[in-house]
Design a protein around this ligand. Structure first.
Ligand code: BES
Ligand code: ZN
Ligand code: ZN
Length: 534
């Protein structure tokens, strides 16, 4: 076992986080103080031809009037409209974004989303060659504004010619933050946004530069120096000793050695049970012997999105110093065809002793998660376990890229996730977790389970039902075994499987959602962990 304390710096590829201005640079005097910001992003409420700037402070009345006069002749009226004004009040560029009609004060999640989108649209509209330091209006919602500003700045151009690389802007808060119920701030928004950008960066990296080994090094590097975080990297030998044959069976077709990343964050009380997180980390999914068609196969570099969002969330949770304990594990491997690869029909015995007939080597995610889920749920006594995986194309068919699907045995866990998703506008939809979907996977002639439901119907649901068989305490009785006597829901471990295949990437840029790998739902995971802090 290689043990890497997070404090040890590893050389990794660099990650472009948005550099915040120091807290002392917070200025509400702007427009009369050009040394701080040379561009400003402002929100404005529009109601027909009536326009009102959201910020009540930081703008002199003369400047305010100049802005309103210019907007009056710029046909500025619908939510999402953006106009860039030049040389106003001593600032080179002012991007004004319409927020639509004003919102009632008690709708924090809506205000946050409005601020998120407005900050992103404003930043994207600036002519960035000419400016460096951007003040972002925080008067609607500071946390949302920071998230939008940070998320809109993501780019992955380090592999391009330096001349075509996009310039990074400094962003800082402008005007007076709105009071909130949640206690979220500009600083928390920066952390949430940066965490998602981190997941985006891991997912976007090409598979030759983000192998299982490089993934662990990169994550250890990113978490280095964070308080209460310990990173351990396990290798193939360790997986063998732990009987993780399902993971080993997927990894063995590849030349790249597998890794199993284990991260502990101890922000809570010494003996408090941890939250468990598990992330699918297939750094490239070719399908194996059941080879995928070449169409869009390149997207399968993002098949480690579960592992990436878990790593991003751990970064955020520890940066926020949340008072919780977390254990996160990510099994990492490539799924490749070769003379050594697992073949359709091969039978393996997973860590929990169940035998699996591998009917389709492209249904590999459930195999590596089987061992990771059993390892985490049987070893660390977690209060709850959430796994994230780009698991099935069927999930994309069912929900597209708006909601991620959640399969869970716990109403409480569902409610918290649902609420967290509302706050972040990275939402979840509950899907059925039911043994009815398991039947067809119990019909193997030679093993306890096969890894493929019959036909394509309900593919996301059968994958979830399969995974349940590997969560300690939740598996259904084997053939010939008596069913468990009690059906005591209270005694059960709370588990949620989140299929993120549909939200893995976005085809187009709109606001803070940008084209490419999404890093979703990193922010919702941090918000979920924060919800225990209230
Ligand atoms: N990684 C894929 C699922 C996927 C598809 C993720 C599209 C993101 C976008 C997964 O390993 C897979 O290949 N699933 C198969 C399962 C099938 C063989 C039961 C699928 O969805 O076709
Ligand atoms: Zn696959
Ligand atoms: Zn896959």
């Amino acid at each position: 076992m290689t043990r890497l304390l997070a404090a040890r710096l590893l050389k990794g590829t660099s990650f472009r986080a948005v550099r915040p201005l120091r807290a002392t640079s917070f200025q509400t005097r702007l427009f009369t103080n050009t040394q701080q910001y040379d561009a400003i992003v402002l929100g404005a409420y529009t109601d027909g031809p009536k326009v009102a700037l959201a910020a009540s402070e930081g703008i002199t009345s003369a400047t305010r009037q100049t802005i309103l006069d210019q907007l009056a002749v710029a046909n500025f009226k619908k939510a999402g409209d953006v106009r860039v004004l030049y040389n106003v009040g001593g600032v080179k560029q002012v991007a004004v974004v319409s927020l639509g009609k004003s919102l009632p004060a008690d709708q924090e999640a809506k205000a946050m989303e409005s601020a998120r989108t407005a900050a992103a649209l404003g930043i994207q509209a600036l002519h960035r060659e000419a400016v460096e330091r951007v003040g972002v209006d925080v008067s609607v919602d500071a946390h949302g504004a920071a998230e939008g500003a940070v998320l809109a700045q993501f780019s992955f151009d380090k592999l391009k010619n330096p001349k075509s690389q996009r310039k990074e802007l400094f962003v800082g808060p402008f005007s007076t933050p709105a009071k909130t119920q949640s206690g979220l701030t500009w600083e928390s928004g920066q952390v949430y946004g940066t965490s998602q950008n981190l997941a985006r960066m891991l997912m976007t990296s090409p598979a030759n530069l983000m192998t299982p080994k490089l993934f662990t090094e990169e994550v250890a590097y990113l978490l280095a120096g964070l308080e209460n975080v310990e990173v351990t990297v396990h290798d193939e030998e360790w997986a063998r000793r732990n009987n993780m044959n399902a993971l080993l069976s997927v990894a063995k077709g590849s030349q790249e050695p597998l890794r199993f990343l284990e991260i502990h964050y101890k922000g809570g009380k010494e003996n408090e049970a941890p939250f468990g997180l598990v992330g699918k980390g297939v750094t490239f999914d070719s399908g194996g012997i059941s080879l995928k068609p070449s169409n869009n196969m390149a997207l399968m570099k993002g098949d480690m999105g579960g592992a990436a969002t878990v790593a991003g969330a751990l970064y955020g949770i520890s940066k926020m110093k949340l008072p919780v304990n977390v254990v996160a594990v990510t099994p990492l491997c490539e799924n490749m065809p070769s003379g050594k690869a697992t073949k359709p029909g091969d039978v393996i015995k997973a860590m929990n002793g169940k035998s699996i007939e591998v009917i389709d080597t492209d249904a590999e995610g459930r195999l590596i998660l089987a061992d990771a889920l059993y390892y985490l749920s049987s070893k660390f006594g977690p209060k709850s376990v959430i796994d994230l995986a780009t698991l099935t194309g069927a999930m994309d068919v069912a929900l597209g890229n708006v909601f991620a699907g959640v399969f869970t045995n716990s109403d409480d866990l569902w409610k918290r996730l649902e609420r967290a998703g509302e706050m972040t506008s990275d939402p979840f939809w509950r899907m059925p977790l039911d043994d009815g979907y398991l039947k067809e996977m119990k019909e193997s002639l030679v093993a306890d389970l096969n890894n493929l439901g019959k036909g394509r119907s309900g593919g996301a649901c059968s994958a979830a039902a399969f995974l349940k068989e590997f969560v300690a305490g939740l598996d259904s009785p084997a053939e010939g075994e008596e069913p468990k006597e009690t059906n005591d829901k209270n005694g059960e471990i709370a588990w949620a499987h989140i299929d993120i295949a549909g939200v893995m990437d976005s085809q187009s840029t709109h606001g803070y959602h940008i084209k490419g790998m999404s890093g979703r739902p990193t922010r919702s995971l941090i918000e979920y962990a924060r919800s225990f802090n209230k």
